[in-house]
Structures are given as C-alpha cells and as structure tokens.
Design a protein around this ligand. Structure first.
Ligand code: 5GP
Ligand code: MG
Ligand code: MG
Length: 185
C-alpha cells in the first residue's frame, strides 16, 4: 500500500510508522464479508446501522458489494473524543424519526476495542424491538474487553495498538488513508 499510494498521498502517509493492512488486503477481505452477509440475509431487506465517522469508508465499500436491498441509517457515536484511548463514555446522537422495529438490523462499526460502543449500541437497538440484530466490525482488537458484546462479522483480528486510516482518525486526521497503519510515535 505504502509504495502504491505513496505516489498520490505522500503527505499523509509520511506520518505512518508502518502499514498493517494494505488497501488490497482490505478490499479482498471486504469482498468475502459481503458474500457471507449476502448468504445470511438472502431474501431479506437489511437495515444497516452504521456508526459515524469511523465506519464511513468500511460501510461504503461493504454495502456496494452486497446484492440485496439495504436501508442505511447512520448514527454518531464517540468514546475517544480525539485521543488514543477510550474515555469510557459513549456519546450517542440518535436521529429523529428513525423507526427500527421489526427490521433485520446489521450494526456496523470500524473497530471493536473495549467493547463499550458496540455493547451500548446493541442494547439501545435491542430496545427498538428489531426482528433480528447482528453486529459487524472491520477490525477486532485482541485485548481484554471492558464490556462483553456479541460479534457476528469481523474483518481482521489485530493486536492492541492504536491504528489510523480507512476511516479511523487521530485527532480528526488520517481518515482518508487508503490503508490502515500505525502512526509514528
Ligand atoms: P470501544 O468502545 O470498543 O472501546 O471503541 C470503539 C470505538 O473507539 C471505535 O468506534 C473507534 O471510533 C474508536 N477506536 C478504538 N480503537 C481505535 C484505534 O485503534 N484507532 C482509532 N482511530 N479509533 C479507535
Ligand atoms: Mg467509532
Ligand atoms: Mg475516533
């Protein structure tokens, strides 16, 4: 990724210490996740609830590979507030006029870390009485969870390091990197 993208994005990529997942790694894995979701939801309409802003790129790429009817709801959720560690508090922006009862909901986020975000959202969505509720993330950090939560679809297992790129930020930056990497100290 670094070589390929370097030509176009020399500026933003120069802050990376190393690349963890290349744009090609991500693309290939998302294709197989899409195929799995397509099989699991065959004949259904999926209501995707996507957590902004981190899941923006993941969700955009994943949904365009799923050959099923999809309804998209985006929610603002944040627990990092710009830093590199969870604050332990999940702030939710619940949109007005959204109804989720009796729907087949697929909750998607960029990364599962402490588990607080996904667990809070899962609980909040369950209260809407959906027909079904599943969860998916692109990245799953191998670490002790603060909060247990159900995970149905996972792109990659990664080590407990702070990552940026492909939607994920550090202080609002680096979301536009085509790959996922670790920042220079
Ligand atoms: P959790 O609530 O599971 O601790 O964290 C989930 C949220 O924290 C994710 O939606 C993501 O926004 C943020 N997050 C967790 N780990 C990382 C990371 O390594 N890098 C970035 N940029 N954000 C992270
Ligand atoms: Mg997030
Ligand atoms: Mg963030």
């Amino acid at each position: 990724c670094l070589n390929q993208a370097m030509n176009a994005l020399t500026g933003v990529l120069s802050d990376l210490d190393r690349v963890l997942l290349s744009a090609e790694d991500i693309r290939a894995r998302i294709s197989s996740m899409a195929a799995q979701i397509e099989r699991d939801y065959a004949g259904k309409l999926i209501t995707v609830v996507a957590l902004m802003d981190g899941a923006l790129f993941f969700v955009a790429d994943l949904l365009r590979q799923i050959d099923l009817p999809i309804r998209l709801v985006t929610l603002g959720a944040s627990s990092y507030h710009g830093g590199t560690h969870s604050t332990g508090q999940v702030k939710l922006q619940w949109p007005t006029g959204v109804t989720l009862a009796d729907q087949d909901i697929l909750l998607l986020d960029d990364i599962l870390d402490t588990g607080l975000t996904l667990a809070a959202l899962h609980q909040r969505l369950q209260a809407e009485k959906p027909a079904s509720l599943r969860t998916g993330v692109l990245l799953n950090k191998k670490r002790q969870r603060t909060q247990d939560c159900q995970l149905d679809y996972c792109g990659f297992e990664i080590a407990d390091e702070f990552v940026v790129g492909y939607g994920m930020d550090y202080q609002g930056r680096f979301r536009n990197l085509p790959c996922i990497g670790i920042l220079r100290p």
